[in-house]
Design a protein around this ligand. Structure first.
Ligand code: OFO
Length: 175
């Protein structure tokens, strides 16, 4: 179980890294609203990594950080980029489900319970990215439609996840 939890710190940190790369591509190509959305997403992923770190520490176990691969740095279009983000979220959902299975196998009820927040979070994550894919598919190559979506997505702001387990309400990393 500990190996899986440590691997998840790597997975969530990579999530943060790939979304930051996506934000950079979007910003460089003039999609500033979507870039803002992705930067918020990248910060949220860093918090996901922190939650696993905090949980391992709380249990008095050893944190072992793994290498982070370099993410891609270009995509064909915003639609292709968000499709890649959706595929990544589906991969993460698979990871969380796998970990729930391991927790059940080894009767680690504390980890099982902590993972329930992530089970719910993944439903939201896939829905949010899926909505962007759907909207971008509808507007297709209509530049005005894409820019309208870009403007809407600029409204996303970062909020400290007060409901997250193993994460201090202050939003500061645990000392
Ligand atoms: Fe996007 O939920 Fe964590 O990785």
């Amino acid at each position: 179980m500990l190996k899986e939890l440590n691997q998840q710190i790597q997975e969530e940190t990579y999530s943060s890294y790939i979304y930051l790369a996506m934000a950079a591509w979007l910003e460089e190509n003039g999609y500033k609203g979507m870039a803002t959305w992705m930067r918020v997403q990248a910060r949220e992923e860093k918090i996901h990594a922190d939650i696993f770190y905090n949980f391992i520490m709380e249990r008095g176990e050893h944190v072992k950080l793994e290498a982070i691969d370099a993410p891609p740095d270009s995509w064909e279009s915003p639609l292709e980029l968000f499709k890649a983000a959706l595929a990544h979220e589906e991969h993460i959902t698979g990871r969380i489900n796998h970990m729930v299975g391991v927790a059940l196998d080894v009767k680690d009820h504390a980890t099982y319970q902590m993972l329930q927040w992530f089970v719910e979070e993944q439903v939201e994550e896939e829905a949010n990215v899926g909505e962007a894919v759907q909207q971008l598919t509808i507007v297709g190559k209509d530049g005005r439609g894409v820019l309208m979506i870009d403007r809407e997505m600029s409204a996303r702001v970062y909020a400290v996840p007060t409901s997250a387990p193993w994460y201090p309400k202050s939003g500061q990393p645990a000392a």
